[in-house]
Unconditional design. Sequence first.
Length: 256
Amino acid sequence: MANKKIAAIMAGARQDDKTDMRALIKQLFPDFFEMHGDRTAGDDAAIVGGFASLDKRAVCVIATNKGKDLDQRLATNFGSPTPQGYRKALRIMKTAESLNCPVITLINTPGAYPGADAEASGQGQILANNISEMLQLKVPLLAIIIGEAGSGGALALACSDQVWALEHSMYTVVSPEGFASIMWKDGQRAQDAAKLMHIEPEWLKEKGVLERVLPESVLDNGAAKLQQLIAEQLVDFDQVDLKQLLAKRHARFRKF
């Protein structure tokens, strides 16, 4: 039974229905206005970011995107953002801070793009910078893991006041295949690795890594239930003053 559960989580995290984050954004935020570019080197299709409204309040939305077809997936490095993407995300988050807009991130990425050009452009530095800046951002932050959330590439978008995950999603320091390759020199043992890594969202919730595990059904009916849950959480954030919000955020991550 445990093996079946692990297999279901791995398959569900990577299912094709979750790769097109633009479709989910359109369902959750019909008036979404996208922003482009990092104001330094260019744009990155793997990061979709901008502003929208939810229950008549302005929100900032940032998502990783894998794309629907092969051309789109090649353009997004299969959902692995480059330094340009992370700089764009941070630029939009800082704009949200200046406008006092809560930030919602929707995550489905195997990790940051590992190409030599990305490393030469300071991939590690920009990931560290995003993590540092998110921990200090003076607006409420909500991260929702839709599919995969791998390594620092996911963490650089998930240093939030609340982190939620769908029941068939993975939040890991490395992919199960990567873990298996490192431990046993055999990427085919990914399922064995996944068991050792405890990829189960419920286990992560028990350890305080996640605040909520959501049923996959929240994506049904145009993601109406997920939209409702987000709106309710934003109201809850309103009940906490900024100083307390930042103190809780810092304490959340210091405990690890």
